[in-house]
Design a protein around this ligand. Structure first.
Ligand code: UFG
Length: 329
């Protein structure tokens, strides 16, 4: 399949690009490099530096390439920032997706896999979370992603778009061969922060809240390896049906607390990793764990990197080998 990947130089996008290429798909990356890294895309793969807001550029690209499908990762993804700058999120994540979809419609490209998030569920009343759990996002980031899901559903009904929204839980880990990995600036995610402490780049990790109603008082998350996310995207794009919108959670179904992750990281790295107890971070639900039944049964997906030691070990190999990440800014 010929696939345009927006945000293909970002964390999840770049791992999907690599995976799709390994499976024989012809991939073109479209990324404005605001948060993405040129070094995350292999030399030799078609790369276009462009912005989703650039309708003329997208129109030209669709006119001059015969794409079968689009994978859409390009978005801002800092929850805290979205609270302070909501319009930045509605513009980039939502309005620019209108532009993408409209240029796809005009060009007759009718398959799309969308990078959605468990943040669309907000604070669910019950875990594990199924796709039928009420979507009540609690921040502009989650709302911008949910609004795109609604648009996809409407476009499926109106002009035959086939779309699948993959709602990821906590993406983590790095490519199996260590070639690419996670590099956010600023970094806000738990595992990279812990590993930066292990590398001596930070003095300590602060545990955000120790009084949650969980086994050890800290938040529980479903950590999903980025290679497993990549295989879910490939299976989704290969199976999309015209005129249908579908959504799948992508997680392992296993929850791990913040303390547990710190302990595993101490074991894997052999470093002490100082941790301090801090206040709760606003907007953090106590427990987010996926029910992955649908992605298994409908897409035939299975996690192959679900073990938390495998996940943290994979992230550690990348961080140890690339202490400055891609070192490009
Ligand atoms: N945490 C800490 N200390 C830190 C960083 C994180 O204790 O320095 C905790 C958080 O409170 C949370 C857990 O570690 O309980 C994981 O936090 P991350 O920031 O790594 O991930 P989130 O669960 O906040 O975020 C993920 C995705 C977002 C998505 C969100 C939905 O990365 O894209 O889930 O809630 F929006």
């Amino acid at each position: 399949m010929r696939i345009l990947v927006t945000g293909g130089a970002g964390y999840v996008g770049s791992h999907c690009v690599r995976h799709l290429s390994q499976y024989g798909h012809e991939v073109t990356v479209y990324d404005n490099l605001v948060h993405g890294h040129r070094g995350a895309v292999a030399d030799g793969l078609p790369f276009i530096q462009g912005d989703l807001a650039d309708r003329d550029m997208l129109t030209r690209i669709f006119a001059s390439n015969d794409f079968d499908a689009v994978m859409h990762f390009a978005a801002y993804a800092y929850v805290g920032e979205s609270v302070h700058e909501p319009l930045k999120y509605y513009q980039n994540n939502l309005a620019n997706t209108v532009t993408l979809l409209d240029t796809m419609r005009v060009a007759g490209v009718k398959r799309l896999v969308f990078s959605s998030t468990c943040a669309t569920y907000g604070e669910p009343a019950k875990v594990p979370i199924t796709e039928d759990t009420m979507q009540r996002p609690i921040n502009p980031y989650g709302r911008s992603k949910l609004a795109v899901e609604w648009m996809l559903r409407d476009c499926a009904a109106a002009w035959g778009l086939g779309a699948c929204a993959l709602r990821y839980f906590n993406a983590c880990g790095a490519a199996d061969d260590g070639s690419i990995g996670e590099d956010h600036k600023p970094e806000t995610h738990l595992i990279p922060i812990i590993l930066q402490v292990a590398l001596g780049q930070r003095a300590q990790v602060t545990v955000f809240g120790t009084d949650y109603d969980t086994a050890d008082g800290t938040c529980v998350r479903d950590y999903i390896h980025v290679e497993d996310l990549a295989s879910a995207h490939r299976l989704a794009i290969e199976q999309i049906k015209a005129g249908e919108f579908s959504a799948c959670n992508v997680g392992t179904g296993q929850g791990h607390s913040v303390r547990e992750i710190i302990d595993v990281a101490r074991e894997i790295t052999g470093r002490p990793i100082a941790a301090a107890e801090g206040a709760r971070r606003a907007g953090d639900p106590p427990v987010l764990v996926a029910d992955p039944t649908r992605v298994r049964t409908t897409l035939g997906w299975e996690a192959t990197h679900a073990d938390i030691r495998t996940i943290v070990g994979s992230a550690w190999r990348w961080h140890e080998a690339h202490p400055q990440g891609y070192n490009d800014r």
